[in-house]
Design a binder for this molecule. Sequence first.
Ligand code: CO8
Length: 260
Amino acid sequence: MLFENILTERKDGILTITINRPKQLNALNAATIAELSHAFKAGEAHAEVRAIIVTGAGDKAFVAGADIKEFAAFSVEEGSKLSSDGQHTLFDLVEKLHTPVIAAVNGFALGGGLELAMASHIRVVAEQAKMGLPEVSLGVIPGYGGTQRLARLVGKGKAFEMIMTAGMISAADAYHWGLANHITTAGELMGMAQKTASKIIKNSPTAISSAIRAVNAGYEEGVNGYEKEIEEFGICFGTADFKEGTTAFMEKRKPEFTGN
Ligand code: CO8
């Protein structure tokens, strides 16, 4: 697929995906969502990609939301379809990706932008970034999983406040509420995201995928997270990575994981 709205770069096992519509503050139109979906799937399928960083082009915005101009005239059916398609194509896909995803939040992360950051496994945030779910100010609600993921990350009370006031919070507040894993200067943002990714990719890719599935299971309706943990724990014992990790420990050397 030829990308028109995103840039991708693969280096040292890390795929960086940059949403590249800076004049529109990287707003997510349908084409961008489709390209992102394709890039995340391709990254997950690529044997050399061990972590993915998603960020926004320019110094102003990570993503200022879904593209309001695109859906302003939609009907009830079209609105529902937009939300459902987006959740399945991109946001659920990112959350469930077997490859760890780090959002490097370089500026405004609003509406669908914050929802993309929240679907990512880890968020590294620049100190000038502003985050919020301003949808009710447009007469709509968060539709890309925001009502669910924000409440899980910051708690129900704070999520209600953020959603109902439609306000933005600072990076410092996001850190305080557990929405940001790290805060850093704008200049050090990508370095911090890469440093975090580098720590992750030293470890077993198969075990990391199992951990993603086990953690996510605890948030799935009708799934027992503890049972899923037992299942995934057992699966690890059949992997070459487990053999390598335990052998390397006993041989007092660094493991060389293959992800098998
Ligand atoms: N959609 C489309 N265009 C946008 C968006 C957006 N979300 N955000 C900014 N832009 C465009 C502006 O229209 C402007 O374009 P132009 O120059 O052609 O007029 C350009 O980006 C620059 O923006 P501003 O001039 O507004 O820049 P400011 O620095 O003055 O303001 C803000 C920055 C505060 C970020 C402001 O742009 C803003 O409030 N943006 C909208 C934020 C917002 O409401 N986001 C939520 C959108 S709704 C959403 O995400 C729903 C998700 C769930 C959808 C489920 C299916 C429906």
